[in-house]
Design a protein around this ligand. Sequence first.
Ligand SMILES: Nc1ncnc2c1ncn2[C@@H]1O[C@H](COP(=O)(O)OP(=O)(O)OP(=O)(O)O)[C@@H](O)[C@H]1O
Ligand code: SF4
Ligand SMILES: [Mg+2]
Length: 349
Amino acid sequence: MVAKAMYAQATNLETDMIETAETRAPAIRVTDLDIEIASDHGSFPVVSEMNLSVAAGETLCIVGESGCGKSMTALSLMQLLPEAARVTAGSIEIDGTDFRKLPRRTVEDWRGEKIAMIFQEPLTALNPVLTVGEQIIEAVRQHRKCSRKAAFARVVEVLKLVQMPDPERRAKQYPHELSGGMRQRAMIALAIACDPKIIVADEPTTALDVTIQAQILGLISELQKRLGTAQILITHDLGVVAEVADKVIVMYAGRRVEEASVYDLFDRPLHPYTRGLLGAMPRAKTVARADGRLTDIPGTVPPLFDLPKGCAFASRCPNASERCRAERPPFEEKAPGHWAACWEHDDAA
Ligand SMILES: Nc1ncnc2c1ncn2[C@@H]1O[C@H](COP(=O)(O)OP(=O)(O)OP(=O)(O)O)[C@@H](O)[C@H]1O
Ligand code: SF4
Ligand SMILES: [Mg+2]
């Protein structure tokens, strides 16, 4: 637990590691992205002013309570938003090109080849009427000119990479014939089959039991290091964040409320919401939670279609002031590389 953060503290490696990540060109850069949903309440923003960038070999974790817009963000990066949702502003740059401005055909080509997604529930991504092997062959042949035989060799290769037992046999099976853990491995194999530069993983293990979860997360992390992909990992599990993240975005009610390197976030959380998630200090207590999930914070997230005028966290924040209720705090760099949206630090200054 918090292995990465604790190791860095002990060895004082933070600065070097952050500089390395920052100097690499981003594989994906999202700028000022807004997403709206059309509903019975009219259209309302579900994600606002989202900015992120991830370099090759880097892992960004996005955390936050249910409904805060993590999956909408993830789906928008793939241009796979549900019908009711749409991006109303911003850009998603992949390899220096705005993915949103590409023709539909190119978008389909880029999915899988440049950016791929690992979903929470493999059955939503796998086709039930095709064998695992056929699905991977289809994906490979969509992107590369190669024979079925060469594509099948790639199937076996990626199934081996995801440590699928008996890969030749599993390739000929249908998704429903596999266990949950094997299905998840098959989906990861499908995602990496065309060597994407960017992987977006949305709660990739929550549907699995705890021991399998650890295996699959270990696998994703190992593959990411080995293949050097840029990874965006959405998770509820702060133990996982501490283990695999280079940097972290904390979202609340559709917005970023804090962003920092994993070391700074665990060491010096600036936003009261992040402190709530971390379960307050001492750290040992936080990391000792048996289920590794976010600490419960009293109160509920206000509905996105009816957000208050000021800080969206004010109704749950122990430090809320009149100013917090009247004005929304801007998302600002409070310390080098450490951003937060909170008046507390201005008021304390
Ligand atoms: N298909 C949809 N149609 C309409 N509204 C949706 C749809 N999917 C999600 N929403 C709404 O969009 C908002 C953001 O949802 P999102 O799925 O991004 O949250 P999340 O942070 O991924 O939550 P969780 O941790 O539960 O997965 C929520 O208020 C949700 O109710
Ligand atoms: S702006 Fe105010 S209400 Fe919002 S998190 Fe900061 S202190 Fe709390
Ligand atoms: Mg989600």
